[in-house]
Write a protein that binds this ligand. Sequence first.
Ligand code: ADP
Ligand code: MG
Length: 318
Amino acid sequence: MLSEFGLIDQYFYRHYSDNKSVKLGIGDDAAITTMPPGTDQVIAIDSLVGDVHFRKSTSAYLIAWKALAVNLSDLAAMGATPSWFTLALTMPDVDEAWLTDFSKGLFDLAERFKISLIGGDTTRGPLAVSIQVAGFVPEGKALLRSGARPGDHVFVTGHIGDGRAGLAVQQRGARDDAEYYLLQRLQQPDPRVIFGQSLIGVANACIDISDGLLADISHVLDASEVGAFIELDKIPVSNACKDKYKSLGLSRLQLAQGGDDYELVFTVPEEKLDTFLSACDEQATDVTEIGIIKEEKGLRCYQDNQAVALNQIGYQHF
Ligand code: ADP
Ligand code: MG
């Protein structure tokens, strides 16, 4: 049986990769970090609890991946460059096969963005994973929810609704390639970290889509004290989702209300539109304009030029 120190050494310390911001990582009572001059530090934390946020039968690889991915998505939404993270792991017992898989999922994603694990805590109890991340942005330049202005164009990255469709697939089991794709989009999101950084100085406001596109847009509208017109027909949907959403018992509106997409929704002012769109073209970034910010408060959605009634907008945690 591994001791607590043996466990940390084997599964977390051995994989420790060095980020310039880390002066002292795992092993002492606390870690020591620093930041590039002229930057603000950006910090987020998110917890995933077994049987609430994932099924306990989900592979440890995917649990770890998602726990880090949802945090990296928050950094992406602020336009931050990731620097380090800490991990609080609560588990019922020491299962070495589980830990091997967990550690692999964690570091496969961490290495992509050169973010270092600098410390954490390991305790016994019902399975839960908390990850705290830190990154940095040029001083005063972080992308906030509160910056949207009337006339801004509203964009999203990638495709919306795969998360909701993936959840429906998970409930009944995947049966073909399209369904496996949707399930993978739910379980192994690809946070828009690099793209988020490129929005600094371009987007007026930004948020990542975790609660559902419409709920998350509403957070931007509330923080910015503005409203928006959103055209549901313009919301980009993947081919797999297009093929499957009806047979999964979902509507286009439900795709826009579902959560777990981990794409970004952001607003770009008219005067920056041309530069923004040509940069997207050059980098082959898939962005889609879905609406416009208005002075009159509230979210108004349209489908085939008809107003759509919105009742429950997104995922509620309580
Ligand atoms: P202390 O008793 O001083 O809080 P611990 O015994 O909890 O220290 O941890 C020893 C070292 O291992 C610390 O540097 C801590 O940050 C690190 N650590 C503990 N658990 C984890 C974990 N799950 N992931 C990464 N580092 C961890
Ligand atoms: Mg100590």
